[in-house]
Design a protein around this ligand. Structure first.
Ligand code: HGY
Ligand code: MN
Ligand code: MN
Length: 345
């Protein structure tokens, strides 16, 4: 299948191990350039908006009708997987080509820099036109569909995300001549915060929280750490629990992505098309954040189609995997859903 070859070509950008197209990097730009070429080859009208988001439009019969968008992102985490984001953009392109010209304009979208903070989609909702509907296909990045032997799932909602950085300031000192009492060891304070993040999330039902990055300054074995810089990523299914988690951790998020409900009409379309094919239509809440959550929080009716993760649901890792048969089903479902939304009143 063409999509698998294209996934591999994007995966090869940025060198290994894994996908290395961090937002804002030349590798992300190279992926955007490669996909822009494929949008052109498909005869779509290509736009790069002021925030670097890439759109390829198949103009509809009614140019006054609001558009239907399908897509995801092309950036990755460091050493990421081959399907995260890329699957949604490329399956969207295959689906648009299959559906062809309809009443509404169909657009394939690759949002910029999703992983570091939904940069492109947040910019677009602030100062760009928005579609009537947005659909995002995405690898599940979890074990549910694999454990239940189901190829696809309908996302009902996306968790809220609070992300930020904490700087702990201590005092440098000689590791050998400074007595233990009176030290201001920033790394010991950081260690306490890491455990507080963990314990706060355990105490809030269905919440999760992670310190993924820790920097120690000056970082020498014989110097008492003067400063520790930590990332905090906190998530919960609703805003009330997210706020409670943030308060329990005691940090000031620089980014809040609101918890988002997927549109009931779009969910129904996806569910019906699955059932029409004799496929199960499991419902899942996404523990991962997505551009669809940003658009939904801005009032755009959105839907997400999850594709079964293999490898025990591993993601943000070179182990990430999705079976070609499930990828083929995803393209078929996306095309069917787009076809219905493209003529929706
Ligand atoms: O971090 C996330 O939830 C997503 O991969 N951006
Ligand atoms: Mn993603
Ligand atoms: Mn991701």
């Amino acid at each position: 299948m063409r999509i698998l070859d294209r996934i591999e070509r994007i995966y090869a950008i940025g060198g290994g191990p894994g996908a290395n197209r961090v937002g804002g990097s030349q590798a992300e730009q190279d992926a955007h350039d490669l996909v822009a070429g494929w949008l052109n080859e498909a005869g779509l009208s290509v736009e790069v908006d002021p925030d670097g988001n890439l759109l390829g439009r198949l103009l509809g019969d009614d140019l006054d009708a609001a558009e239907v968008w399908v897509g995801s992102h092309l950036d990755s985490v460091p050493n990421g997987g081959r399907f995260d984001g890329v699957l949604g953009v490329l399956a969207g392109l295959e689906a648009v080509e299959r559906v062809g010209r309809r009443r509404r304009t169909l657009a394939v979208v690759a949002f910029r820099d999703e992983e570091r903070g939904f940069t492109g989609s947040r910019a677009r909702v602030q100062h760009g036109s928005l579609p009537e509907f947005y659909i995002e296909a995405h690898i599940e990045q979890g074990p549910v569909l694999e454990r239940t032997s189901m190829p696809l799932g309908v996302v009902t909602g996306i968790v809220g995300v609070a992300r930020g950085e904490v700087v702990l300031q201590g005092a440098a000192g000689h590791a050998g001549t400074t007595p233990m009492d009176g030290r201001r060891d920033a790394l010991c304070a950081a260690a306490e915060l890491v455990l507080r993040v963990r314990d706060a999330a355990i105490a809030v039902p269905q919440a999760v929280a992670t310190v993924g990055r820790l920097e120690v300054v000056p970082g020498a074995a014989n110097v008492i750490p003067e400063r520790a810089i930590l990332s905090v990523d906190a998530r919960a299914p609703d805003r009330e629990r997210l706020d409670a988690l943030v308060a329990a951790i005691g940090f000031d998020p620089s980014l809040i992505a609101e918890p988002a409900r997927m549109d009931e009409r779009v969910q129904a379309v996806l569910r019906e098309e699955l059932q029409r094919r004799g496929l199960p239509a499991p419902e899942l809440v996404s523990g991962a954040g997505h551009d669809a959550g940003v658009l939904a929080a801005a009032g755009v009716p959105c839907g997400m189609l999850f594709v079964r993760s293999g490898a025990g649901g591993m993601s943000h890792s070179p182990e990430e995997w999705s079976d070609p048969d499930d990828v083929a089903l995803c393209m078929d479902l996306l095309a069917a859903a787009l076809e219905r939304l493209a003529i929706a009143p």
